[in-house]
Ligand binder design. Structure first.
Ligand code: KG4
Ligand code: ZN
Length: 351
């Protein structure tokens, strides 16, 4: 079986053709980094408009590279949750149109589950049940992943996502967007022990939570002190940028590693899977490898090409497709992970 998968949850327009034995026949990712760079973060309206312009050329190029046409495909899969509403709508609308015209089943993909599925693709064998750490620009959460589609939330950030913290600190340091790769690069020249930045909840075993806002503020004060500084006017030496970047990265990595291992300990699971853009961070990969090896826990980290957003991880759709569990054209985007109970509460309140 072969499927076309689409991914437009944030600022990457991506498509892939994958087979049910998880071979990638074609994959294209059109990044919007250039468009958002001047704003040091993703501007949702710009992202949505760029997806509209790019989605069809990206699909056409993917089919060309995979050397398949619609007749060869068994379904169209698309990430429909979570993400930016305008971005999600473009991918879902395209997927619905193709499914309708090509008369193929439509399969909705949960983008977070897909980030962990990147580990499944790389492992080449089953990885479930496992602890899943998802660290990206929009999410920092830990799950008990029972199966590919059954994730139980164990804990996560109470404010910024890890990638978001990287992006914001990079901006304060005058480094380019996206912040993760720029901070890693600067950190390689710096001393991770130069500054002792805060690590929220690190020793509090009762909380499986992350908080990066205090860390961000500590970095901000280190750079410019309280008040309303114009960061572009702050003159930092290369050495200081490197030291701050390395010390900040070390603090984030400490929190992620300690809490991931805490989840492994409390669940008793023996496999830790890590996905999302921040999983590309070299220092995080190194520390996770050390800690899991010491604890005798199996570690699966998404390969570098599948850490940041891509459509290959949409191969998770096969898990549902093979079980005959498909969607129809009423499938709608779900930007946030809103629990039905919350919705019921709102409708009650209005009555
Ligand atoms: O998974 P992703 O592509 O998009 C979301 O679903 O959010 O993650 C993007 C995030 C950005 O915040 C980016 O700064 C971060 O991943 N990132 C990194 C690295 N590469 C990308 N963070 C730390 N170190 C990296 N090497
Ligand atoms: Zn993502």
């Amino acid at each position: 079986m072969k499927i076309l998968t689409l991914e437009t949850t944030c600022d990457e327009t991506a498509a892939a053709v994958v087979t049910d034995d998880l071979q990638v026949l074609g994959s294209v990712v059109a990044s919007q980094e250039q468009l958002h760079r001047q704003f040091a973060g993703v501007v949702p309206e710009i992202a949505a408009r760029a997806h509209v312009q790019r989605i069809l050329p990206v699909i056409e190029e993917t089919l060309r590279r995979a050397q398949v046409n619609s007749a060869d495909l068994d379904a169209v899969a698309v990430a429909y949750t979570p993400g930016l509403v305008g971005s999600l709508l473009v991918g879902l609308s395209a997927a619905k149109a193709l499914a309708l015209v090509w008369e193929k089943p439509l399969v909705g993909v949960n983008h977070l589950h897909a980030h962990i599925y990147a580990c499944r693709i790389a492992a080449g064998r089953d990885i479930f049940p496992c602890v899943g750490l998802i660290v990206s620009g929009g999410h920092s959460s830990v799950y008990h992943c029972r199966t590919a589609g059954d994730f139980v939330y164990l804990g996560g950030t109470i404010d910024d996502a890890a990638g978001e913290a990287f992006d914001k600190v990079a901006s304060m340091l005058g480094l380019s967007y996206p912040g993760g790769p720029s901070i890693s690069k600067a950190a390689a020249e710096g001393d991770p022990a130069a500054y002792r930045f805060p690590r929220s909840f690190l020793k509090d075993k009762s909380r499986l939570e992350f908080s990066f806002s205090g860390l961000k503020t500590a970095v901000r004060y280190e750079i410019a002190g309280p008040g309303r500084p114009d960061f572009s006017a702050v003159n930092l030496s290369e050495q200081r940028i490197g030291d701050i970047a390395a010390s900040f990265q070390e603090a984030v990595v400490d929190c992620l590693v300690v809490k991931a291992m805490q989840a492994v300990e409390t669940t008793g699971l023996r496999t830790l899977c890590v996905g999302g853009g921040v999983a590309a961070n070299g220092r995080l990969r190194e520390r996770l490898a050390e800690e899991t090896a010491a604890a005798g826990v199996e570690l699966q980290i998404a390969p570098m090409a599948l850490c940041t957003d891509n459509a290959v991880m949409g191969a998770i759709a096969f898990e549902r497709l093979k079980a005959g569990d498909v969607d129809d054209l009423t499938l709608d985007v779900r930007p946030g992970l809103v629990r039905p109970a919350t919705l019921e509460f709102h409708s009650d309140a209005r009555e």
